[in-house]
Design a protein around this ligand. Structure first.
Ligand SMILES: Cc1cc2nc3c(=O)[nH]c(=O)nc-3n(C[C@H](O)[C@H](O)[C@H](O)COP(=O)(O)OP(=O)(O)OC[C@H]3O[C@@H](n4cnc5c(N)ncnc54)[C@H](O)[C@@H]3O)c2cc1C
Length: 380
C-alpha cells in the first residue's frame, strides 16, 4: 500500500492548477452572475486533454488513469465547480458511455471529436417523473423500418442546449422493465430533437442544464448504443465510474472553500487578534482539513480499484456520499468563518456554498447512495 502521489501525479496537479488559476479564476464570478457557459474555454480544455481524460490516445484522448482523472476534476473544482461539472459530465457520462458500449464505428464517429474537445456531450437519463427512480423512464423508442422513433422528454440534462451529441435512454420494451430500456446516440440538429428551457440554478450556474424534448425524433438503426434493452444496465455501470468524478469534484470544491476560509481567518482581526487564533475557528479548520483528507482517500481508493478493473459500485457510492456531504459542511463553515463577508459576492465563500449542493444530488442523491451501499453490504 502506498499513499504517496507519484511525480507524474504532482506534475499533472500543478499543470491543471496553473491553468485553472490563470484562465478560469479571473472569470468565475462573471460566468456565474451571467450564467455564461464558457464555450471559449473548450478548445483549451481539449488541448490539455481534459475533454478526453481517460479516453485512449488512439481515440483522441489523453489516456490517463481514473486516479489522474480525479486529480484533474479536483483541481478544476477547487477554482470553479461549474467548469469541473462541465468536464465531469462530458467525460464521465456521454463520452464514457459511448467509449464503453459503442461499436468501433460509433467510437470513431463520436468519441474522437468528443475527446479532442471539438464537440460537447450530453447524457439524458433523468425525466420529469423519473429521477431517483430512473427505471421508471417514460421516453419511448419504437422501431420503424430501419429507424428508431423517439418520443418523450429528458430533464436536468447537462449540456442539453450546448451539446453536439447526446446519449438518451428510452424504453424499447415496456414489458421487460429495466431490461427494456435502451440507449441511443442523437446528434444535435436531428429533426424532432429540441432543447427545452434552460434551468435558472442555485449554483453551478456556468454549467448548461436544460430539458431536451423528443417529438417523433427519427434516428437510424445504427444509433442504438450497446445491446437493445441493456441501456439502463449500462447507464448504471457508467454511473459507477461517474460518481467517482462527482466525489473528486466535491473534494476539490471543499479544498477551494477551505483554503479561502483559512486565508481569511489568518487575515481577519477581531478583539486585537487574527480570528485564526480563536479555538472555535481552529476547530472548524481542523475538522474540515481532516474530512477533506478522508474524502480524498475514499475517492482515490475507488479510482484505484477502477484502474485495477474491479467493480466499484459500493466504493464509488461511498466516496460520492461522504465527499459530497463533508463538502456541504466545509462550504458552510467557510461562510461562517467569513462572517458577514461570507454572505456577499466579494469573497468566494458564498459561491462554494451555492455550488456544493449539487454534489449531494447529481448522479444520484445521498439517499440513493445510502440505498446502493446498503444493498451491496447486505448482499455481501
Ligand atoms: C445541475 C444538475 C445537473 C444534472 N445533470 C444531469 C444529466 O446530465 N443527466 C441526467 O440524466 N440527470 C442529470 N441531473 C439529474 C439528477 O441526477 C437528479 O436530479 C437526481 O438523480 C435526483 O432526481 P430528482 O431530481 O428527480 O429527485 P427525486 O428522485 O424526485 O428525489 C426527491 C427526494 O426524494 C428522495 N428519494 C427518492 N427516492 C428515494 C428512495 N427510494 N429512498 C429514499 N429517498 C428517496 C431523494 O433522495 C430526494 O431527496 C442533474 C441534476 C442537476 C440539479
Amino acid at each position: 500500500m502506498d499513499f504517496r502521489a507519484t511525480e507524474q501525479h504532482e506534475i499533472l496537479r500543478r499543470t491543471v492548477r496553473e491553468f485553472a488559476e490563470a484562465e478560469i479564476r479571473p472569470h468565475v464570478m462573471t460566468w456565474d452572475e451571467t450564467q455564461h457557459f464558457p464555450v471559449e474555454l473548450l478548445s483549451r480544455l481539449g488541448e490539455l486533454g481534459l475533454m478526453g481524460i481517460q479516453i485512449p490516445e488512439a481515440y483522441g484522448g489523453a489516456g490517463m488513469s481514473a486516479v489522474e482523472y480525479c486529480i484533474c476534476i479536483e483541481e478544476l473544482a477547487r477554482v470553479d465547480p461549474s467548469v469541473a461539472l462541465t468536464v465531469a459530465a462530458h467525460n464521465g457520462l456521454c463520452t464514457a458511455h459511448i467509449a464503453m458500449f459503442g461499436t468501433e464505428a460509433q467510437r470513431q464517429r463520436y468519441v474522437v471529436p468528443l475527446a479532442r474537445g471539438e464537440q460537447v456531450g450530453a447524457w439524458g437519463l433523468t425525466e420529469p417523473t423519473a429521477g431517483s427512480d430512473a427505471g421508471g423512464t417514460q421516453t419511448r423508442a419504437i422501431r420503424e423500418g430501419d429507424c428508431w422513433v423517439i418520443n418523450g422528454a429528458k430533464t436536468f440534462t447537462t449540456h442539453g442546449r450546448v451539446g453536439h451529441v447526446m446519449v438518451a435512454m428510452a424504453v424499447t420494451d415496456r414489458a421487460a422493465g429495466r431490461h427494456g430500456i435502451s440507449a441511443f446516440v442523437v446528434e444535435r440538429g436531428t429533426p424532432g430533437m429540441s432543447p427545452g428551457r434552460k434551468e435558472n440554478k442555485l449554483g453551478m450556474r456556468a454549467s448548461d442544464t436544460s430539458e431536451v424534448v423528443f417529438a417523433d425524433c427519427r434516428v437510424p438503426e445504427d444509433h442504438l448504443l450497446g445491446r437493445e434493452g441493456e441501456g439502463f444496465v449500462n447507464a448504471m455501470q457508467v454511473l459507477d465510474a461517474g460518481r467517482i468524478g462527482i466525489a473528486a469534484l466535491a473534494v476539490g470544491l471543499a479544498q477551494g472553500a477551505h483554503e479561502a476560509a483559512l486565508q481569511y481567518a489568518k487575515q481577519r482581526r477581531q478583539f486585537g487578534k487574527p480570528i485564526s487564533s480563536f479555538q472555535a475557528i481552529q476547530w472548524k479548520l481542523a475538522d474540515d482539513a481532516t474530512a477533506i483528507d478522508a474524502a480524498r482517500l475514499l475517492t482515490y481508493r475507488a479510482a484505484f480499484l477502477k484502474d485495477e478493473g474491479a467493480r466499484t459500485t459500493k466504493e464509488s457510492a461511498m466516496a460520492k456520499l461522504f465527499a459530497s456531504e463533508i463538502a456541504v459542511r466545509v462550504a458552510d463553515n467557510g461562510v461562517q468563518i467569513h462572517g458577514g463577508y461570507g454572505f456577499v459576492k466579494d469573497y468566494p465563500a458564498e459561491k462554494y456554498f451555492r455550488d456544493v449542493k449539487l454534489t449531494t444530488i447529481g448522479e444520484g442523491t445521498s439517499e440513493i447512495q445510502r440505498l446502493v451501499i446498503a444493498r451491496e453490504i447486505i448482499g455481501e
